[in-house]
Design a protein around this ligand. Structure first.
Ligand code: NAD
Length: 227
């Protein structure tokens, strides 16, 4: 597939780690110019918390100014919240924290990026297969990813000229998944994809190759949900 992304201006949140970092590398390999926002400092990272409306607005403006506008926005900043915790022990604050990053954070990113996105721009949000397939002990996370899928559709119909889609991968070998699942990832019977696999899914949704695709959730889960 020719991605036709050379020279494009791309903003990636959460680009300091995992899927975001793989996206940064993949877009750069395609010749795109990439800006990164993350709460974790790093080389070339514009530091901002995606839940901080004013800080995010300023970081997006800085990156868009540096790149001369935006063609593609990828929302990889995310957290998993409580894992393996029964509902009875999960607090309102824990639920709010997950929704703040995974839902409001992605919403605010789109809101602040829109004025910089030209006609034909593409937004790729990070859902998860958890939006479709229950992951036990992760109710707040599953709820947040279901919201991302619904938000994807709602944004796609509201914003003319800009395509909005989301990727919904199953477990990806990243620091987040290592922290949540540990050595399970090394079990050859456990289906695991790599961050670079997800980056290729993102490249597709960001490129003109997916021109008619809008408001969709790309469920990439080795067919597990089809069983
Ligand atoms: P990761 O922890 O490796 O990377 C997440 C990045 O987001 C980090 O660099 C972190 O600093 C940044 N971040 C977190 N909260 C932030 C905030 N408030 N403001 C700014 N930056 C923030 O995680 P990952 O596995 O690469 O996850 C990326 C996205 O992919 C998340 O939305 C996650 O839910 C989703 N996802 C992950 C998996 C998986 O199995 N790893 C599967 C499906 C979907």
């Amino acid at each position: 597939m020719r991605t036709e992304l050379a020279g494009k201006a791309v903003l990636v949140t959460g680009g300091a780690s995992g899927i975001g970092l793989a996206c940064v590398r993949a877009f750069r390999e395609e010749g795109a110019r990439v800006g990164v926002i993350d709460r974790t400092p790093g080389d070339g990272v514009e530091v901002a918390d995606v839940t901080d409306d004013a800080a995010l607005a300023s970081a997006v403006a800085t990156v868009a100014g540096r790149l001369g506008g935006l063609d593609v926005v990828v929302a990889c900043a995310g957290i998993s919240g409580p894992v393996g915790k029964p509902v009875a022990e999960t607090t309102a604050a824990e639920v709010a924290a997950v929704l703040a990053v995974n839902v409001t954070g992605q919403f605010l990113l789109v809101k602040h990026a829109l004025p910089h996105l030209g006609d034909g721009g593409a937004v790729v949000l990070l859902g998860s297969d958890s939006a479709f397939t229950a992951a036990p002990g992760m109710v707040p996370y599953c709820a947040s990813k279901g919201a991302v899928v619904a938000m994807t559709r709602a944004l796609a119909v509201e914003v003319p000229g800009i395509r909005v889609n989301c990727v919904c991968p199953s477990v990806v070998d990243t620091p987040m998944a290592r922290g949540d699942l540990g050595d399970v990832l090394d079990d050859p019977a456990f289906p695991v994809q790599q961050a670079a696999d997800v980056a290729r899914q993102v490249l597709y949704l960001a490129s003109p190759a997916s021109r008619p695709v809008n408001g969709q959730a790309l469920l990439a889960d080795f067919g597990m949900s089809a069983r």
